[in-house]
Design a protein around this ligand. Structure first.
Ligand code: ADP
Ligand code: MG
Length: 252
């Protein structure tokens, strides 16, 4: 079966396979031998929650972008639910860092969240009533249903994060890659995000959260891995090192 969105194929997940399996992955942004990720290996069981912890520049976003097929793989392999990249594209959702979004783009909150459905629709098909309902439910899940008609330029930092997560939820993917969803948000947004992570896991989905700051209780993670300079490190980085790039709350 093919989805209209970029003609991506829909393969049935291999029930025995991990949600994500990466072997010897090397990613470089330039032709020089400077690698953003080097000989990276990981196996993430389906239904688990993983914290990907590291300071700025460690390679967290690079890893997520590679898993979404947004960056060329220089070496190694990535398998998602037992398939090579692209074979089950709609099952993976990447939530970018808030700073990567153009928040001045003239679009309403609801329309942004409906974009989570495009993987099923294709770019040129109009969203159906069902898609709008799913988007509204996702906003409700994040406690921001009252913001549906607001322009995204009028959102606070915490609201932006909730809306982005709603868009990811609307896609109803099985592997969620959340890039720093807890960075610089208010306490109540942190709690909502933690609750939603818990729910996602209870639904049997797999979630990987990139973060500067690791709190086992906050996300109820099954495991944490630490990244530094594009490599996995067994040593837990010092709190000061991680916190130097972590802004706890802008709460605007
Ligand atoms: P993190 O998400 O952990 O902060 P990144 O994955 O963004 O780290 O960055 C990893 C490395 O790749 C850093 O050295 C960064 O400078 C480099 N890098 C990231 N994006 C680009 C890009 N678009 N072009 C060139 N280098 C990049
Ligand atoms: Mg990043």
């Amino acid at each position: 079966m093919k989805f209209p969105y970029c003609q991506h194929r829909h393969s049935t997940p291999d029930p025995q396979a991990p949600a994500l399996e990466i072997k010897g992955l090397g990613i470089s942004y330039s032709s020089e031998e400077k690698f953003a990720l080097k000989d990276f290996n990981i196996s993430v069981p389906a239904g688990s929650a993983l914290a990907l912890v590291g300071p700025n520049g460690a390679g967290k976003s690079t890893l997520f972008k590679a898993v979404c097929g947004l960056l060329p793989v220089r070496s190694g392999s990535i398998r998602v639910f037992g398939h090579p990249l692209g074979a089950c594209h709609h099952r993976v959702v990447y939530l970018p860092q808030r700073s990567e979004i153009d928040w001045h783009f003239p679009i309403s909150v609801l329309d942004l969240v409906v974009m989570g459905r495009y993987v099923y629709l294709g770019w040129f098909n109009k969203p159906q009533k069902k898609d709008i309902e799913i988007a509204r439910d996702a906003l409700k899940e994040m406690n921001v249903e009252d913001l549906a008609d607001r322009q995204i330029s009028k959102l606070s930092g915490g609201q932006q994060q909730r809306v982005l997560i709603a868009r990811a939820l609307a896609q109803n993917a099985d592997l969620l890659l959340l890039d720093e969803p807890l960075n610089a948000v208010d306490v109540s947004t942190r709690q909502t995000v933690a609750d939603v992570l818990h729910k996602i896991k209870a639904q049997g989905k797999t979630v990987i959260v990139a973060t500067h700051y690791y709190d086992q209780e906050e996300g109820r993670y099954d495991q944490a891995i630490y990244l530094k300079d594009g490599k996995k490190t067994s040593a837990t980085p010092g709190v000061a090192e991680l916190d130097s790039t972590h802004k706890d709350c802008d709460c605007n």
